[in-house]
Ligand binder design. Structure first.
Ligand SMILES: [Zn+2]
Ligand SMILES: [Zn+2]
Ligand SMILES: [Zn+2]
Length: 317
């Protein structure tokens, strides 16, 4: 069981999940726990986490959870049974199906009293600490409202309405940082991006969560996300590491929201991607200014990154 401790100086929770020390770390190809379980001998015969010879998308409880019932949840979402695929390489219908899986998990976990915030994310690449190469993402059900979504709710108040709606309007009016658009979704490098190739994927209509999206919006969200991550891979012609984070409305009860000092049910579905690369080989490290003062220093202008990503998409990324 994890232990929560409140760090008073910063006013935020820290989670101690010491059992995670023993989790599977970059297993060899024959012992991927996210592969299908094949009948027979050798790699065939090895019992993975998924007791089927093939599958489309699989969701199960994380064996090494940071959170677990009755105080939160941690789930693994395996995107495909193909070990060598990636989110960007999925067939469009499979990526669209993943949006419906995410939506289902948001609804089911969000309905639980012990879960205040459903956080869907993917860590891709050893650069961001991936311990299994098989294409997959994760879901944490936090038993509290974490700092980043809380900051975004504060931005709503500062901007006098929905912050993502306001920022999307500004980005579309400016246009310089827009990377990709379809009927329901816009991808842009934000005006004050912290990472060199940070991008936000924002649903045009004000939708607090995946639950509130029309089916065509889920399809367009999948397409826009895939266009972006394929552009990332094309940018330096290498698999591009990133953290992909979905931000949606908190699922906390009205009384817990009131206790946390936030409005209940507010949010605007968007996905933020933070790639750690500055160049094909150079990583951005969080060092003195970022860690000690909380201020990002970037050596890349968002307008230039956006132009490079647009070019990568045009090249067929
Ligand atoms: Zn695998
Ligand atoms: Zn909005
Ligand atoms: Zn956000």
């Amino acid at each position: 069981m994890s232990e929560l401790r409140f760090e008073e100086l910063r006013g935020e929770e820290v989670v101690y999940a010491i059992h995670r020390q023993d989790r599977t770390f970059l297993p060899d190809r024959d012992h991927c726990p996210l592969d299908p379980t094949l009948p027979g001998e050798g790699r065939a015969g090895y019992q993975t986490e998924i007791p089927f010879p093939s599958f489309e998308i699989a969701v199960f409880d994380n064996r090494f959870p940071a959170f677990e019932a009755p105080l939160g949840a941690a789930e693994v979402v395996v995107y495909t049974d193909d070990h060598y695929s990636s989110f960007g390489a999925l067939a469009p219908q499979r990526a669209e199906a993943l949006m419906w899986v995410w939506r289902h998990r948001y609804l089911e976990l969000g309905a639980r009293e012990d879960i205040d915030y459903v956080f869907i994310f993917e860590n891709r690449g050893v650069e961001v600490g991936v311990t299994l190469h098989h294409p997959h993402g994760q879901i944490y059900g936090y038993p509290f409202l974490p700092p980043v979504p809380k900051l975004e709710l504060a931005a709503d108040q500062r901007l006098g309405g929905c912050a993502p709606c306001t920022l999307l309007e500004r980005e579309l009016a400016d246009g310089l940082r827009v990377v990709h658009e379809n009927d329901s979704v816009v991808v842009y490098v934000p005006y004050a991006a912290r990472w060199a190739y940070e991008a936000h994927v924002v649903v045009r209509q004000h939708r607090p969560s995946l639950r509130d999206c029309e089916p065509h919006e889920l399809r367009d969200l999948a397409a826009a996300l895939q266009a972006l991550v394929r552009a990332y891979d094309a940018l330096f012609e290498r698999p591009f590491p990133y953290v992909m984070a979905l931000h949606q409305a908190p699922t906390m009860t009205a009384s817990r929201a009131a206790a946390a000092g936030v409005p209940a049910g507010h949010g605007h579905l968007h996905v933020e991607l933070y790639p750690p690369l500055r160049t094909a080989e150079k990583l951005k490290y969080l060092a003195g200014s970022e860690q000690g003062a909380g201020t990002f220093i970037s050596d890349t202008l968002p307008e230039e990154s956006a132009a490079m990503l647009r070019e990568a998409i045009a090249r067929g990324g």
